[in-house]
Ligand binder design. Structure first.
Ligand code: FAD
Length: 464
């Protein structure tokens, strides 16, 4: 290969069907940008793959040239694992088709699809699969790390509904992994992240959902945050099985359902999404409303796809974000005191602390059945997010998230947190998250399918 070839990436262009973008090519800057505006890296080349053959060609080229490999699904990874400085970005955004078989209740989803595409295609048939709460997030990274959302209480994590994957391995082979084909690999991709290969297609099991669901949102001002958090903790267990709750310590958005005088007011939003009838939902949220005495509320039916887009505006493309995750066995008074204190000290209004109880179908799966980083008997998943629109206020927002996490770790008893909310490679937190046994098993599978750690730009498991 001549030096002109390398600069121009001519061999890669010749080997691929999809476009190849080098820094001088039109579209390069757009293609290298990801959701987190704090990430500004320049890959040597971007391979926009149209299928497994393109992925294999990009991997072969990386091997020939020694370029570091990173994989881009929806571009929402918090620390920009999709964008390798000076490396090759295997960009899956053209692989975004979703095909639904309503009879079999199955969806085949391209490795670069967004949740919005998945939800729209499945809801055409009154079906859905558990996924995240912001519709522009990628199915790829979300699923490989676990994937939780409004349907997790009813149907588990996204990985609990995965039937199979089509995956291109480090050596370029394309295989299908399922309960019967490469079962070790299938176990590992259900929680082990992008460590094992490039998933070009996910196959999900679907469930009847909607099309209408019911939202209950009760906003309590920051001054009564402790009361709101304790009330939520004490009453969530009484909710029916088809009602999913969550707690968001936020500033009230300038949304139509928020009275103007409360726009940007800090406080606690207690949310309950009901998947049954309107009457059932009204009855389910009545005790919460009575105990919370909210400043304002929004209780309304809405289409499931609208629910999935409800939080989109608060997480717009290009915002700067830093996230830390934690699991709590219980939402103790001590944890609540720290949460109430720290959320009162946010100086960036977009920063937030989200707390989700992990109950119902989440707990029905045995710990060893998937590589999910977390225990199935843990109580709460917490995401602490420092978020700001500009670099100056982002410095304080990031520090707020770090300090809040530091204060909560002793109460949690461990730095373990959801791998998809980790802000950087943190081997100590990763080991705590998977636990010794699961980490060892993941390292063994990594040793079989990616022994030289080609897929290293992620929450990285070192090959055994
Ligand atoms: P990318 O940055 O493209 O990828 C992230 C990682 O996954 C990379 O390491 C990449 O190599 C790997 N990867 C992605 N696709 C593939 C693939 N097809 N094959 C192999 N490897 C791949 N998580 C939840 O569970 N629930 C939520 O409600 C939720 N909400 C979120 C909201 C926002 C605004 C953001 C930013 C994140 C949210 N997350 C949520 C976390 C989310 O799951 C992770 O950020 C996830 O990594 C995003 O995946 P992506 O494909 O968009 O990201």
């Amino acid at each position: 290969m001549t030096s002109t070839d390398i600069r121009d990436h001519a061999p890669l262009r010749a080997a691929m069907t999809g476009p190849v973008l080098a820094p001088a090519d039109p579209g390069y800057d757009e293609a290298r940008s990801v959701w987190n505006g704090d990430i500004d890296r320049r890959p040597a080349v971007i391979a926009r793959c149209t299928g497994p053959a393109d992925v294999a060609a990009a991997l072969a080229y990386a091997q020939e040239t020694g370029l570091r490999v990173a994989v881009r699904g929806g571009g929402h990874g918090y620390w920009g694992a999709a964008v390798p400085e000076g490396g090759i970005m295997i960009d899956l955004s053209l692989l975004d088709s979703v095909t639904v078989d309503p009879e079999a209740r199955r969806a085949r989803v391209g490795g670069g699809a967004k949740l919005a595409q998945l939800d729209a295609a499945t809801q055409e048939h009154g079906l859905a699969v558990p996924a995240g709460t912001v519709s522009h997030t990628g199915v790829g990274g979300l699923t490989l790390g676990g994937g939780f959302g409004w349907l997790t209480k009813q149907h588990g994590l996204s990985i609990d509904n995965l039937e199979s994957v089509e995956i291109v391995l480090a050596d370029g082979r394309c295989v299908r992994a399922s309960a019967t084909e490469h079962p070790d690999l299938f176990w590992a991709v259900r929680g082990g992240g992008g460590n094992f290969g490039v998933v070009t297609e996910f196959e999900f099991r679907l469930h009847p959902v909607g099309p209408l669901v019911h939202l209950g949102l009760f906003f309590v001002e920051q001054e009564r945050a402790t009361h709101a958090l304790r009330t939520a903790r004490d009453l969530f267990d009484d909710l029916p099985a088809d009602a999913t709750p969550a707690i968001a310590c936020i500033s009230a958005p300038p949304a139509p359902f928020v009275p103007q005088e409360h726009h940007f007011r800090p406080g606690v939003a207690i949310m309950v999404v009901g998947f049954g009838s309107g009457e059932e939902h009204a009855a389910a949220v009545a005790p919460l409303r009575a105990a919370l005495e909210p400043l304002f509320e929004a209780v309304t039916p809405l289409p499931y796809v609208a629910l999935q887009q409800l939080l989109d505006d608060g997480a717009f493309w290009g915002v700067r974000a830093y996230s830390k995750g934690l699991f709590l066995d219980e939402l103790s008074d001590a944890a609540i005191d720290v949460i109430a204190d720290r959320t009162g000290r946010r100086d960036a209004p977009m920063s937030q602390l989200l707390t989700f109880p992990l109950t119902g179908a989440y707990r029905d799966v045995a710990d060893a059945d998937t590589a999910w980083g977390g225990r199935r008997d843990t109580g709460w998943l917490m995401a602490i997010e420092g978020v700001a629109p500009d670099p100056e206020s982002f410095v304080g927002a990031r520090q707020w998230a770090r300090d809040t996490w530091e204060q909560l770790v002793p109460i949690a008893g461990s730095p373990a947190g959801y791998v998809n909310t980790m802000p950087e490679q943190d081997d100590r937190a990763l080991l705590a998250t998977y636990g010794q046994d699961k980490y060892r098993r993941l390292a063994q599978v990594k040793g079989v399918y990616d022994p030289t750690n080609v897929f290293a730009v992620n929450a990285n498991i070192k090959p055994a």
